[in-house]
Each structure stands twice: as structure tokens, then as C-alpha cells.
Design a protein around this ligand. Structure first.
Ligand SMILES: NC(=O)c1ccc[n+]([C@@H]2O[C@H](COP(=O)([O-])OP(=O)(O)OC[C@H]3O[C@@H](n4cnc5c(N)ncnc54)[C@H](O)[C@@H]3O)[C@@H](O)[C@H]2O)c1
Length: 346
């Protein structure tokens, strides 16, 4: 059967949505982006971009008109600091978006609807030591998700399931595990750990202190944005209706994440731990067995390569805003110093 060529991406002004729109355009789709804000870094590749608050029912109806498929990414969210401090706001906003969107999809005869869930739906009792077992999809129950953000994600996953069972809406549910890369928020309070660490390393001078949230022993796995977009696209094409993990299965400590990033930045930094800051679960990793089975593929880009690309982008942004000295200038200054020393020696 000929697949649809008109899609809606909600959250298209955000990190993953912005990349996804570009990928869908490259695949030849006509794309409408919808978001409460425009993308922060560069114009959207969407054919049409509508500024809409999707907590409002009439805006959801407007967003879905005339499309065949929906990638629903819109969410009020951020890194661990943000989701700890804004539980009521997050649940309020995201429940509204994710109650309205499948209903608008159903009324509009949408053929496929993809919902972006999170590793935060997994129960705390499976993640209370750093050296955890990778989380399988069926580990989600008995439920004990991340308070606030995770409960809403689990609730909305179930709503997708019920829309399939009761109305035959073809739903896909992806559980992301720490997606990172260029064009993601890197300051202001909503940034995630890889972006925050890249920013701190870029701003630091060789030998400086670097603040680490928690004791640095907590573990995570990280997945680069290009792999994330590839996985979302493959899942939408698949017949898999159950939730699916999408992440890398290489687990590292936050200490290691800081060390790899410091090495990329060419700096030796002294880690200073702030135990008062939220650090989330003690350990988390993605089991990708089902991902490989269902998609016939798995994420390809190494953490080092992904971090290098992310670091370079964040450093470039900080250079442009005048917060760090451009690398070219540093090289020039260093060579002037060397020339001066050579002149004195002669
Ligand atoms: N980035 C990750 O590591 C990660 C991990 C797990 C799940 N997710 C999920 O993936 C999706 C995309 O995440 P992201 O990293 O791109 O986040 P993001 O914050 O960059 O993008 C989310 C977008 O949703 C928009 N939005 C918020 N409220 C809205 C509203 N009322 N109406 C319309 N748009 C609204 C925001 O303006 C933002 O542009 C989200 O659903 C998120 O919960 C992301």
C-alpha cells in the first residue's frame, strides 16, 4: 500500500523535533511542524510551521488537519533539575497535550500516530544501584516511574494502547534513553547532562574546577540524535505497537562522561561534587534486544563521536555569544607568546 506523504511533527521547535523534521523532508514528506515556540537554533525545514499551544483542544484540531501521520513530540520537559522542580506544571501541560492529540488524530482519520515516551517510566526499584541490569520493555510494571514526568509518560503510553484497542488507531510508542547532540538546549535550566557538561567544559580553563551533580557514580547510557531520528523513523514504518526502547546500551558513570568530554576539550579539570543537586535514579541502561529484533538495526554512533560533535557545536555557540574566546584567537595568541619567547632567547 502507498504510504502517506503528509505528516505532522509536534514539538518541531524542540531538539529532537527539529532534527526529525529535517529527516522527514529528506525522505520526501510534506511536513507541518507545530510548537509553542520556533526552533532556537536555525529555521525549521518544515513546509509549514504553526505556532500552537497544544494544551488547547482547538489547536490540536488545527494541527492535525490534512495530515496522515503524526509524530507527537511536544512536551514540557527538561533535565533532571527541571523535572524535579516542576512536577505539577509538567503533568498538567503534558496530560493535556497527550489527551487531546490522540483524540484529534482519531477524529481526523490519522493512519499512524507515534508517541515519544521516556526511560523515566521505568520503576525506581529497578534502578537503585549504579551497576544495574539493562531495562527491558516489560520491566515497566509493576509501575513506579519517575515522579511527575515519568507518571505522565506512562499514563500517555497507556492511552496510546487504548486508542489502538478501542478505536483501531495505529499507535507507536518509543522510550528514549538520554538523547543528545547539536541543536539541543545547553543552558537556562532545561539542559540535560551531556549538554550541561559540554558547556561547563567549554567554559572552563585548563586546571579549573568543574561542578558535577551528585557523587559522579550514577550511571546512564546516551544515544546520539542521528541514531534517535533513524530509530523513530524505522519504528513508524514497523508494525510494532508495543513500547520500544531507543538508546545505546553502553552504560557509563557521570564521572566518565565528564572525563571523556574534558579529553575532547583538551582540558584537565578537577571534579567538584554537589550532593545537594538532584541526580535521578542511581543507575539506568537500555536493553536493546527488542530494538534489534523489531527494527533490524541499532544505534551506530559512538559516545565519543557524538560527544565530540556536540562539544564542538556548543563551543561554537559560546564563541558566537562571546562567552569563550574563539579557538583561532587562542592559537594565534599562543604562537605570539612563543615568538616573543624565541625573540627574548635570541
Ligand atoms: N531528549 C531526551 O533525552 C528525551 C528523553 C526521553 C523522552 N524525550 C521526549 O521526546 C520528546 C522531544 O524531546 P526534546 O528533547 O526534543 O525536548 P524539547 O524540550 O527540546 O522539545 C519539546 C518541544 O515541545 C514544545 N512544547 C512544550 N509545550 C508545548 C505546548 N503546550 N504546545 C506545543 N508545543 C509545546 C516545546 O516548546 C519544545 O520545543 C518529548 O516528548 C520528550 O519528553 C526526550
Amino acid at each position: 500500500m502507498e504510504r502517506s506523504r503528509r505528516v505532522l511533527v509536534t514539538g518541531a521547535g524542540g531538539f529532537i523535533g527539529h532534527h526529525l523534521v529535517k529527516r522527514l523532508k529528506d525522505e520526501g514528506y510534506w511536513v507541518r511542524g507545530a510548537d509553542i515556540k520556533l526552533p532556537e537554533y536555525g529555521a525549521s525545514a518544515a513546509d509549514e510551521f504553526e505556532l500552537l499551544d497544544l494544551r488547547r483542544w482547538h489547536n490540536c484540531l488545527q494541527a492535525v488537519r490534512g495530515v496522515d501521520e503524526i509524530y507527537n513530540l511536544a512536551a514540557n520537559m527538561g533535565g533532571i533539575g527541571f523535572i524535579h522542580a516542576h512536577k505539577a506544571e509538567i503533568m498538567h501541560d503534558n496530560v493535556l497535550i497527550n489527551i487531546h492529540m490522540p483524540e484529534a488524530a482519531r477524529l481526523n482519520g490519522i493512519s499512524r500516530y507515534l508517541y515519544t515516551s521516556s526511560a523515566c517510566i521505568y520503576p525506581g526499584y529497578k534502578q537503585n544501584v549504579p551497576d544495574v541490569e539493562p531495562l527491558k520493555e516489560e520491566d515497566a510494571y509493576p509501575a513506579d516511574p519517575e515522579d511527575g514526568y515519568g507518571w505522565e509518560k506512562l499514563f500517555s503510553e497507556r492511552q496510546c494502547r487504548h486508542y489502538w484497542e478501542e478505536y483501531g488507531l495505529e499507535t507507536r510508542v518509543v522510550r528514549f534513553h538520554n538523547i543528545f547532540g547539536p541543536l539541543g538546549t545547553y543552558d537556562g535550566g532545561r539542559e540535560k547532562s551531556p549538554a550541561a557538561i559540554c558547556r561547563k567544559v567549554a567554559l572552563a580553563k585548563d586546571g579549573d574546577d568543574i561542578e558535577v551533580w551528585g557523587d559522579g557514580k550514577q550511571t546512564r547510557s546516551y544515544c546520539y540524535i542521528d541514531d534517535c531520528v533513524e530509530g523513530i523513523y524505522r519504528l513508524m514504518q514497523s508494525d510494532h505497537r508495543e513500547p520500544l526502547n531507543l538508546g545505546q546500551d553502553r552504560m557509563i558513570t557521570i564521572d566518565e562522561l565528564v572525563d571523556i568530554t574534558s579529553a575532547i576539550g583538551g582540558k584537565r579539570l578537577n571534579k567538584v561534587y554537589d550532593l545537594s543537586k538532584p541526580q535521578g535514579v542511581r543507575g539506568r541502561n537500555s536493553d536493546n534486544t527488542r530494538l534489534r529484533e523489531v527494527l533490524g538495526w541499532e544505534p551506530q554512533i559512538s559516545l565519543e563521536e557524538g560527544l565530540r560533535l556536540t562539544y564542538e557545536w556548543i563551543r561554537g555557540e559560546l564563541e558566537m555569544s562571546g562567552k569563550v574566546v574563539p579557538e583561532a584567537q587562542l592559537i594565534k595568541e599562543a604562537s605570539l607568546v612563543r615568538e616573543g619567547q624565541a625573540a627574548v632567547a635570541v
